[in-house]
Design a protein around this ligand. Structure first.
Ligand SMILES: Nc1nc2c(ncn2[C@@H]2O[C@H](COP(=O)(O)OP(=O)(O)OP(=O)(O)O)[C@@H](O)[C@H]2O)c(=O)[nH]1
Ligand SMILES: [Mg+2]
Length: 327
């Protein structure tokens, strides 16, 4: 047995042995490769895993015809948007993914458990948001796919936890991200840089159950910058998860609108999810080209003031609007 295999290797290996599908087996083998330390003692095992990977890939390829399977870190976007969960080690990123979606990530009391990203779909009322759990961001070098994954995400949710000072952890994280030209929106680097990837960001203080006194909780939250949405939650006890679902949708900057045909009721189960400030004409264009070409006016029933009022083509849609387009 090669020396120094970390405990999570054996957990993943167990899942690998129990996996029934080729794609699950592939996923766990890739995870085992990522977890395994690279030194002389693991050379033989590494070669053995590589051989098994090649065999499995071949099986996968013959089953699905030509073309290679995409690597696990290329996550196909699904749902109305993708939010990456990121942060320092052991804060509960994987626990949150497990609490909010049906995904089953590895969760363990030691740091650096997650080695590869894993996606899950989170339901929020009538929409699905894709969450991606990621390996921890520490001082060390990030594998190239990691910043790429963060660039492809629509928004980021930073997961912090006591007892570490979340203000300091946040500053350290921003510094680490800046090395890869990644910047949470509203926190520009001191030296202006081009090629920055800026993403709307939500701050989550997880493990709030460890701070049962309200004043302690307030103390921890207050050190986080107030220009970001800040939420205290507990993945373990399920505290604050309903507002977190809403916040994870809202950070995407989208609104839900509903269409109705004249004289018919709107279908509230199937919203159009469009970026904030989308105009009613842009919505018409999205539904059908003819609808925008023949656009005359629209009627809007809104949450606040509108009750079937006529609006012009440049009316910016609001969350919850019901729209009737007249051509
Ligand atoms: N008390 C408490 N413990 C939690 C909570 N969320 C997670 N934990 C525990 O914290 C430890 C780390 O959880 P993970 O979900 O693996 O954390 P992670 O951020 O994914 O860790 P890495 O992948 O290593 O970065 C586990 O022992 C969890 O059971 C929480 O809300 N409250
Ligand atoms: Mg994890």
């Amino acid at each position: 047995m090669p020396a120094n295999l970390p405990p999570q290797y054996f957990e993943v290996e167990k899942r690998y042995r129990e996996a029934r599908t080729v794609s699950d087996k592939l996923r766990y083998l890739e995870e085992m490769m990522a977890i395994m330390p690279k030194h002389k003692g693991t050379d033989k095992l590494r070669a053995d895993l590589r051989r098994r990977l090649a065999q499995l890939r071949e099986m996968g390829a013959t089953r699905k015809g030509p073309g290679r399977r995409a690597p696990v870190y290329l996550i196909e976007p699904e749902g109305v948007g993708q939010v990456a969960l990121l942060g320092p080690p052991n804060t509960g990123k994987s626990s949150l993914l497990a609490a909010l979606t049906k995904a089953q990530p590895l969760i363990a009391p030691y740091p650096y458990t997650t080695r590869l990203p894993l996606a899950g779909m989170m339901r929020y009322e009538n929409v699905q948001v894709q969450l991606v759990d990621t390996p921890p961001v520490g001082e060390e070098y990030l594998e190239p796919w990691f910043p790429d994954l963060l660039r492809r995400a629509d928004a980021w949710a930073v997961v912090l936890a006591p007892p570490e000072d979340p203000g300091l952890a946040w500053q350290r994280l921003c510094k680490n991200l800046a090395r890869y030209y990644l910047c949470p929106e509203g926190n520009p680097p001191e030296t202006p840089t081009s090629n920055l990837t800026v993403r709307p960001t939500l701050l989550i203080l997880n493990q709030a159950d460890l701070l049962p006194e309200p004043e302690d909780l307030a103390l921890y939250l207050d050190v986080l910058p107030s220009n970001y949405p800040r939420l205290a939650v507990s993945a373990l006890q399920g505290q604050g998860l309903a507002p977190l679902r809403a916040a994870l949708f809202q950070i995407l900057g989208m609104v839900r609108v509903y269409t109705r045909a004249p004289g018919k009721a709107a279908n509230f189960k199937a919203p159009f999810v469009v970026p904030r400030r989308t105009t009613v004409l842009e919505l018409a264009e999205r539904i059908h080209h003819d609808l925008s070409r023949n656009f005359k006016f629209a009627r809007v029933w809104g949450q606040k003031t509108f009750e079937g009022q006529r609006v012009t083509r440049d009316y910016p849609l609001q969350e919850g609007d019901v729209v009737e387009i007249h051509g």
